[in-house]
Design a protein around this ligand. Structure first.
Ligand code: PAF
Length: 280
């Protein structure tokens, strides 16, 4: 497996692949890889001749400097996992390589970013939009792979691909969970043992709320119940718990046909901010 740190060397490699008419799958990541990322690599391998995984902790999408500083950086371990998974090449640029100049462009995703992660993390989706656009322009993939766990990210990236005509196919892969239901996340490794034991309550509450909504309970009742559940566990500081329309991302009072709604949650568990969602 090749590891590239410069755009130039990656492009030289990719130009050769394109000459041989190979199809390219891109899996953008910030590293600290887990089985969820590997499921994206597996999907990309199934669909494409070669798979590029980018590993870049993107500073422009962090609005909290401490969060950026503490984000796990584990390139050596990541490279072993990627090689074992059969990834063709890793693109792991430095901040200077990715941002020779501070970008001045601002991407505004309108209503898609006024809620949930966008409301709690101002500027986050501008940073995601810029780095993902740069990666698409550098790699020029036929397909790009994202996880459903970042549901709002999936919406904004999908908007980006449509609005800027990137001409690639977005493939969204299901959330991969630990046996106890906790959604896999690079941030899970920042949980201490006590927090890790509490963390599965996030999915337990989500799943129970989903069952209740499917069973006909009112949205406001279910939200009140779920918020109470989080309040009962002192280690959680809930940011939001919302029942939304999956297209507009706006909160709903009544649920629609199967597949049209999601329940999204963001909560601090100790110092670590975790998100999860289910679609129903
Ligand atoms: O989901 C992530 O890990 C990041 O937001 C992404 C898409 C790699 C952009 O930095």
């Amino acid at each position: 497996m090749e590891v590239f740190t410069s755009v130039k060397s990656l492009r030289q490699f990719l130009d050769q692949q394109v000459l041989q008419q190979k199809t390219i799958g891109l899996v953008p990541t910030m590293g600290a890889l887990h089985e969820g990322h590997i499921s994206l690599i597996d999907a990309a391998k199934r669909d494409n001749d070669i798979v590029i995984c980018s590993v870049f902790v993107n500073p422009t999408q962090f609005n909290n400097p401490e969060d950026l500083a503490k984000y796990p950086r584990t390139l050596a371990e990541d490279s072993i996992m990627l090689e074992t998974a059969g990834c063709s090449a890793v693109f792991a640029p430095s901040v200077e390589e990715m941002y020779p100049e501070q970008p001045v462009l601002k991407i505004n995703f309108g209503e898609l970013e006024t809620v949930m992660e966008g409301a709690s993390r101002p500027g986050h989706f501008n940073g995601v939009g810029i780095v993902v656009s740069k990666l698409f322009n550098i790699v020029k993939p036929h397909r790009a792979y994202f996880g459903q766990k970042d549901l709002q990210q999936v919406s904004v990236v999908s908007q980006l691909v449509t609005d800027l005509a990137f001409g690639l196919e977005l493939i969204i892969c299901p959330t991969v969970r630990e046996e106890d239901g906790l959604a896999m996340s690079s941030r899970n490794r920042r949980l201490n043992a006590e927090e890790r034991a509490i963390a599965p309550h996030i999915y337990r509450i989500l799943a129970a709320a989903g069952e209740d909504l499917r069973g006909g309970k009112k949205v406001y009742e279910v939200i009140a119940w779920a918020k109470g559940q989080f309040e009962n566990i002192k280690e959680f500081t809930l940011d939001y718990f919302e029942v939304i329309n999956i297209k507009s991302l706006l909160s709903v009072e009544h649920i629609g046909p199967p597949g049209s709604n999601a329940i999204c949650v963001a909560t601090f568990l100790g110092p670590v901010r975790l998100i999860d969602n289910i679609i129903f």
